[in-house]
Design a protein around this ligand. Structure first.
Ligand code: SIN
Length: 256
């Protein structure tokens, strides 16, 4: 196995693994370490993985989460089909932060790729936090933010209270201890105790810091890519520049 960084702030590719077979404990520990170190990794050349292989590998990361309002693909609870980039996935976010226990990891396997476009952007929320001054960091540590589910939750008939959660604006990673910004433009509606109008300027500033070029990595998908990201330390957004071509990826998320 070989692990190579893909950008300065985050991202690495992992070469020489075959996830259709058993992965020994030492190799899995090295992959997990690389993910915690780099925030997002791409395990190349996994086109032969079946849905069973993907679910089996995903289960090694923790409990597979069933999305509360987006259905799984037929016969494979826990695998969600991602297609047609939409406004929800085109905004910087980490996954399902409207949940009381937002997802720890997401595994996304390329199934059908367009000839061009549909890259996925990743940003290091850890590097973004580290770039702020100590005084500003200290102020942020005292704040929490309100995260609310999207309109999809309401259209699926879910009660609003079931898709609202309050999380600290700065979150320490449970494995590395590194602090990261934990607010995103998909789900955060306001700083807890502030109005949306009072919250917006601060939130916009933080989103701008997260998305600075030096905090990002742009993933250009290749056949067989299995990309895994850590939702505690990164954010992502798909680039909505696919026209008239299919783009299908299979997503599995792991509970915190
Ligand atoms: C997602 O936001 O989970 C999907 C990202 C992508 O389609 O690349």
């Amino acid at each position: 196995m070989e692990i190579r960084p893909l950008a300065g702030a985050l991202g690495a590719e992992v070469l020489g693994l075959d996830l259709t077979g058993d992965l020994d404990g030492a190799a899995f520990a090295a992959v997990r370490g690389a993910l915690h170190d780099r925030g997002v990794i791409c395990i190349r050349d996994q086109a032969a993985m079946s849905p069973e292989d993907q679910l089996g590998f995903a289960a090694r990361w923790g409990e597979i989460s069933i999305h509360p309002y987006v259905p799984s693909i037929e016969g494979y609870p826990g695998i969600m089909k991602i297609y047609d980039p939409n406004p929800i996935t085109q905004t910087w976010h980490s996954d399902s932060t409207h949940m009381q226990r937002p997802h720890a990891y997401t595994l996304l396997l390329a199934r059908v790729l367009p000839s061009v476009g549909g890259d996925t952007m990743f940003a290091s929320a850890t590097k973004a936090f580290e770039s702020l001054t100590p005084g500003f960091q200290a102020m942020l540590r005292g704040l929490s933010a309100v995260h609310e589910g999207t309109d999809l939750a309401a259209s699926a008939g879910l009660d609003h209270d079931a898709v609202v959660a309050v999380h600290p604006v700065v979150r320490a990673h449970p494995d590395t201890g590194a602090e990261a910004l934990f607010v995103n433009d998909n789900y955060v509606t306001r700083i807890d105790g502030w109005t949306p109008e009072e919250s917006r300027p601060l939130l916009e500033y933080l989103y701008g810091v997260i998305g600075r070029y030096e905090n990002t990595y742009r993933h250009r998908w290749r056949d067989g890519d299995l990309v895994i990201w850590d939702n505690r330390s990164t954010q992502h957004a798909v680039v909505g520049d696919v026209s008239g071509e299919e783009r299908v990826l299979h997503r599995v998320t792991i509970a915190a």
